[in-house]
Design a protein around this ligand. Structure first.
Ligand code: AP5
Length: 213
């Protein structure tokens, strides 16, 4: 199975992917996490990506496509992949389909988590991310047990630079312009399912699972 998770920045793709990968025994592949890992390790890709990510802009397609296709070529993807944050525009969606076509595979489902603009801003501006394991919390909606400390690994929680209000607004603008059209791309192929992301996290998971079934 190859499942694409769609939704605006802050819709809950990362939160749901973490839960779904356990429930569905699939691998969570997040383009944002892979890029942040490259930044942390100081790779050539990380150095180029940093400038774009800091400004809330897309990293160039050729770099992201290569990074994702390389990750998808590893043996551990055989149990199925949950793609989070990729594809993010039509060029990336077409590149993914072409690469899968060569292997006789295809995207089986695209799950779209819908959340309105104001709620997205609230979520991004209150998000806390673990510096060590990447688990996400929210200061109001999903607070850690101990302030500033990750429940999962004890790591330090921080606010992502691109979650500052001005950058978050810019990211949402780019999302509506460039990523929204791929929702129609998958809808036209009959593989889109849409869930209401403005519900408790557990309910969003159940709706996603029902939709995928
Ligand atoms: P990326 O890391 O992919 O960020 P994003 O798509 O903007 O998504 P987010 O991680 O912001 O949100 P999410 O939907 O995962 O929400 P979350 O679960 O954390 O990308 C970062 C950057 O990398 C991009 O800007 C770009 O520069 C670059 N990049 C990445 N992919 C690229 C690509 N394909 N092409 C080019 N460039 C690329 O939830 C958000 C908050 O809400 C959390 O605090 C959470 O606790 C809370 N929350 C979640 N669900 C609920 C709920 N149901 N109710 C209440 N609160 C909730």
């Amino acid at each position: 199975m190859i499942i694409v998770l769609l939704g605006a920045p802050g819709a809950g793709k990362g939160t749901q992917s973490e839960i779904l990968q356990e429930r569905l025994h699939m691998l969570h592949v997040s383009s944002g996490d892979l890029l942040r890992d490259n930044l942390k390790r100081g790779t050539e890709l990380g150095k180029v990506a940093e400038g774009y990510m800091g400004k809330g802009e897309f990293v160039p397609d050729n770099l992201v496509i290569e990074m994702i296709l390389q990750r998808m070529a590893a043996p551990d993807v055989e149990r199925g992949i949950l793609l989070d944050g990729f594809p993010r525009n039509l060029a990336q969606a077409v590149a993914l389909d072409d690469a899968l076509d060569v292997k006789g595979k295809r995207v089986n489902a695209a799950s779209y988590i819908h959340v309105e603009f104001d709620a997205l801003i609230d979520r991004l501006s209150g998000r806390l991310t673990c510096r060590n394991c990447g688990h996400v919390f929210h200061e109001k909606f999903a607070p850690p047990k101990v302030p500033g400390v990750c429940d999962v690994c004890g790591g330090e929680l921080y606010q992502r630079d691109d979650d500052k209000r001005e950058t978050a607004v810019k990211r949402l603008g780019i999302y509506f312009e460039q990523t929204q059209p791929i929702i129609e791309y998958y809808r036209e192929r009959g593989i889109l399912c849409q869930v209401n992301g403005e519900q408790p996290i557990t309910q969003v998971t159940e709706d996603l699972l029902n939709c995928l079934r």
